[in-house]
Design a protein around this ligand. Structure first.
Ligand code: SAH
Length: 400
């Protein structure tokens, strides 16, 4: 009987062909290729692992395919990937090893940051003994991959609970069945975390974003180095900056428009034996009112939500940032400290700096940059992937 020909695993994988522009993006080491640059994707199933070819059929590497997102291709390797769950496990272990080496003074940090850890579509955060994960692509949603993610996290970190945080909008975009945020493993979904020797309550099934702003962790500690006198934290959320400043300042006031955030901030203050003032208000109005009333501060923090959700919002967003920064500058006493942040990806570092310089000019103040910072080091930035860099944090000394 003639021997049956069995396709090797490698060649059983479907393939996609890219346009010259798509190939150029990969050569620049950006892992995303848009659908408009995929010239051929025959019989490729949603979430498939695909061989990526140029228009002449030359092999460029392996990608995760999405049948619905505009980002059709996310590269996962420049070689072949015979076993995706095994590769995902290996990459998670590498990401954990990196954090063990470099993350200090905390039990709360990002363990896996998607593209920046070569795991496009996976975000894992550690909050002491509770881990949260977000799965943002079809390929990583497959059962064997999910199992590999959970098993690796359990083996490496022995958590008391693993919670999946679901972004309904993204599941819809990826045409994945809707799920709700829930405990995937273990029993614990809330805990107490420690950042720079300050403790915070954390509940993975409540709160904005992933419930705490881990990306600002190192900026809290940096801000506290220069903070003094009377301090105001204008968008304080659960008190991240405010509680760090409390160790150095005579008084600290935290302002936020969200009552649940302030209730948690007050609990956090109690946990650390601190007495702070919390005010529920629109920060724009409050700063205007306080400035008009002649209130003065020595340290001021501005960490508003992202004002620019898309490139089109840039001008308006810069207007909003400038208004806040101008008011803050006017309220600072001589040799005051301004800690000013933006988490809008669409506001670039130079746009942000230009905006602060304009505000300084209008306020007739001289500003010196003490530190120009970004996200904490566990939120790695992949060069050539601007999407992985979004936080700007300037620490400024303000003189008349
Ligand atoms: N600095 C915080 C994070 C701030 S996130 C930390 O490090 O944890 C932005 C915060 O701004 C959110 O808590 C949100 O409730 C609040 N916010 C949004 N619009 C506001 C407004 N107009 N006035 C006051 N707070 C506002």
């Amino acid at each position: 009987m003639p021997k049956k020909r069995v396709a090797s695993a490698e060649h059983a994988e479907p393939s996609v062909k890219l346009s010259t522009r798509g190939v150029a993006r990969l050569q620049a080491r950006h892992p995303w290729v848009y659908r408009s640059d995929v010239v051929e994707a025959k019989d490729v199933l949603p979430g498939a692992t695909v061989r990526v070819l140029d228009s002449r059929g030359k092999f460029l590497g392996t990608a995760l395919y999405s049948s619905s997102s505009q980002i059709a291709i996310r590269m996962i390797s420049h070689g072949s990937v015979p076993d995706l769950p095994a590769l995902v496990g290996e990459r998670i272990r590498a990401a954990i090893a990196y954090r063990k080496e470099l993350v200090r003074n905390t039990d709360a940090y990002r363990i896996v940051f998607s593209e920046a850890d070569f795991l496009p579509g996976l975000i894992v955060d550690r909050y002491n003994d509770v881990l949260t994960l977000q799965i943002l692509t079809q390929a990583l949603d497959a059962a064997p991959v999910r199992e590999a993610i959970l098993q690796t996290l359990r083996e490496e970190l022995q958590p008391a609970g693993i919670v999946e945080r679901v972004d309904a909008r993204i599941r819809e975009l990826e045409q994945l069945p809707l799920l709700s945020s829930r405990l995937l493993w273990g029993e614990k979904s809330s805990t107490v975390i420690n950042m720079n020797a300050i403790r915070f309550h954390y509940d993975s099934l409540e709160g904005q974003k992933t419930g705490a702003f881990l990306d600002q962790r190192e900026n809290y500690a940096a801000a506290a180095e220069y903070a003094h006198g009377e301090a105001l934290d204008a968008f304080c959320y659960q008190g991240g900056f405010a509680l760090h400043l409390a160790a150095k300042c005579a008084s600290v006031t935290g302002v936020d428009s969200s009552r649940p955030a302030l209730e948690m901030a007050a609990k956090n203050a109690l946990l650390n034996g601190r007495d702070l003032e919390w005010i529920e208000a629109n920060a724009f109005d409050l700063l205007r009112e306080y400035a008009a009333a002649g209130r003065r501060y020595d340290t001021l923090v501005l960490d508003p939500p992202a004002f620019a959700k898309s490139k089109r919002d840039l001008e308006k967003a810069l207007g909003g940032y400038k208004e806040l920064n101008l008011r803050a500058l006017k309220m600072l006493r001589p040799e005051g400290i301004l800690i000013t942040c933006s988490c809008s990806f669409h506001v670039g570092a130079s746009d942000f700096l230009g905006m602060v310089a304009d505000a300084a000019q209008d306020a007739h103040k001289s500003l010196r940059i003490i530190e120009s910072r970004g996200a904490a080091r566990d939120h790695l930035i992949l060069l050539n992937v601007p999407e992985t860099s979004y936080i700007k944090c300037l620490i400024l000394s303000v003189s008349n």
